[in-house]
Design a protein around this ligand. Structure first.
Ligand code: SAH
Length: 224
């Protein structure tokens, strides 16, 4: 038996484990270190998305867990990771913990967020939870629309082993294929008719391999 509404972070994560959603120690240990109560005030320990502002929500804990699980084999100390539509900053910080950005200077983690107020909201959250991340060069939250990254910015960003997109696109944006390193992995919800399907995309020998995972429900990746 488990209760649906938990009152602390460990219970939430243990609940995801009991339900079989977290079946991986690395996901468990990573999420345990990032207390959702520091990223959203309302019902942080309930497995549901929660409204932030500007039509934006923090994703549900089970969605964070499932996406992290998919990325675990490319999200290692020394890896370069980008969280597009970083929102609350929750998953971006999980990426930072998992790649150990604080101690491993080869690791690089960046969150990209279109709405300035939401960027500020995430920075407040990170200040509350892991302020040390805000003082290092290899962790950043950038105010930027992914569709508006120009050639120079693309070069400056470099290539990524792990790309997470927290909003759904009508088709796979070219920029994401360009940012993906050889052997890297990209997780993105793509719209199919009236539903959305989570895709895992890998680059192998320069070729893109698309794996269709399962139906999901995300906010839209905005073009403007
Ligand atoms: N993983 C985040 C999800 C936030 S919702 C979390 O759990 O908090 C998706 C986010 O994508 C929103 O904050 C939205 O503003 C942002 N977004 C939408 N379109 C975007 C775009 N084109 N470029 C960058 N961010 C975008």
């Amino acid at each position: 038996m488990y209760t649906i509404a938990e009152d602390n972070h460990k219970s939430l994560i243990d609940n995801l484990k009991t339900r079989g959603i977290i079946d991986d120690d690395d996901v468990y240990n990573t999420m345990l270190q990032v207390d959702r109560g520091r990223y959203i005030k309302e019902n942080p320990y309930v497995d549901t998305p929660v409204y932030i502002s500007h039509g934006v929500t923090i994703s549900s804990p089970h969605m964070h867990a499932l996406s992290l699980k998919r990325l675990m084999n490319v999200l290692k100390p020394g890896a370069r990771a980008i969280d597009i539509g970083s929102g609350s900053g929750y998953l971006t910080v999980c990426m930072a913990i998992r790649t150990n950005v604080l101690e491993n200077k080869n690791s690089f983690v960046i969150g990209l967020e279109r709405v300035k107020d939401v960027v500020n909201f995430s920075l407040e959250n990170i200040k509350r939870d892991k302020p040390e991340l805000l003082n290092i060069e290899n962790f950043k939250i950038l105010h930027k629309n992914i569709y508006k990254v120009d050639e120079q910015e693309k070069k400056d960003l470099g290539l990524f082993d792990a790309i997470h997109v927290g909003a759904s696109a009508s088709e796979l944006p070219d920029i994401l294929v360009d940012l993906l390193a050889e052997g890297g992995k990209l997780i993105i919800p793509l719209e199919e008719g009236s539903t959305q399907v989570l895709y895992e995309i890998t680059k192998k020998n320069g070729k893109i391999v698309k794996d269709r995972l399962f139906d999901v429900c995300f906010v839209t990746l905005k073009k403007n």
